[in-house]
Design a protein around this ligand. Structure first.
Ligand SMILES: [Zn+2]
Length: 169
């Protein structure tokens, strides 16, 4: 079934072009978290703080779901964010747009929390999981029966398993 509401999130930072995030932008969140997983504190300086916050949020959410503790943490960060919801019409469809106003050079943690909580509450993070390959562990969105983030990780893990089996024989 098609979704009746086409939602998008618009983030306006003072003095900057608005940034639009829709369902496809979930990749932005996932890439950010995976970036921290790969590079840790050695990633590009301008991005480390944001990807670290995204990683921590995703890690907690993937492990334990939306616990009260996570929600409290998000609320604390989101307190300074002013946002509005606009409802409009496009091609006979109702469109809702959430607009957040952030300060220029605001804490990257606030930006991460805002995007994360919007996307999670819009259901865009459903199916969030981590790659079962022990040397990958990347975040991805996949169906319940999918274990690996990519074909490469899948075949690598199968080969590893086979080798282990053989060595035990
Ligand atoms: Zn993987």
């Amino acid at each position: 079934m098609k979704k009746a509401l086409h939602d998008c999130v618009l983030v306006i930072k003072d003095g900057k072009e608005p940034q639009r995030f829709d369902r496809e932008s979930v990749d932005f969140l996932i890439d950010g978290a995976n970036c921290y997983l790969e590079d840790g504190e050695n990633g590009p300086k301008s991005k480390v703080a944001l990807s670290k916050s995204l990683y921590n949020l995703m890690n907690e959410y993937e492990k334990n779901g939306p616990t009260n503790q996570l929600i409290d943490e998000l609320n604390k960060f989101l307190e300074p964010v002013r946002h509005q919801c606009f409802i409009g019409r496009k091609d006979k469809k109702i469109i809702t747009t959430y607009v957040a106003h952030l300060k220029h050079r605001s804490d990257p943690g606030i930006f991460a929390c805002y995007l994360f909580s919007s996307m999670a509450s819009l259901g865009w993070l459903e199916g969030l999981k981590r790659c079962k390959s022990s040397d990958c562990q990347k975040f991805f969105i996949g169906r319940s029966n999918v274990k690996w983030c990519s074909k490469t990780c899948g075949s690598r893990s199968r080969v590893k398993k086979m080798r282990k089996k053989k060595s035990l024989q």
